[in-house]
Design a protein around this ligand. Structure first.
Ligand SMILES: [Zn+2]
Length: 123
């Protein structure tokens, strides 16, 4: 299951970076998920919540930030947001396009309880 391995990955990132004391204070984990990853948000949240049960991070909430698919056309230079999975320029119809965003799958921010500042996670 795609979502389960992503949830495991997100948790292992947090485990890698924080001490057990810090893990107990994790309030939320913000993840950026590009539309191209084809992730079901409900399913990912379910897996995440199941995995953190009875762990030090069991109070943590996952916050999903959805990143739309953006394509840049190499023919006319247009950058457009793509709703479906059709990879042609919506302006001129060219298929010479590059993906600008939509491939993201990263932990962008972890928020702690009793902590005024958020800690950035650097990959
Ligand atoms: Zn174009």
């Amino acid at each position: 299951m795609h979502e389960l391995s992503i949830a495991q990955e997100i948790i292992s990132i947090a485990e890698q970076y924080f001490s057990s004391d810090e893990k107990e204070r994790v309030k939320s984990i913000k993840v950026k998920i590009g539309k191209l990853q084809n992730v079901l948000p409900d399913s990912l949240e379910f897996c995440f919540n199941a995995l953190i049960q009875n762990s030090k991070m069991e109070k943590a909430k996952m916050v999903i930030e959805h990143i739309p698919i953006k394509l840049e056309c190499k023919s006319c230079g247009d950058v457009s947001e793509q709703e479906g999975f059709l990879f042609v320029c919506i302006k001129c119809g060219s298929s010479k396009i590059t993906v600008v965003s939509g491939n993201e799958l990263t932990v962008s921010e972890i928020e702690f309880e009793d902590s005024p500042t958020n800690q950035e996670v650097l990959p």
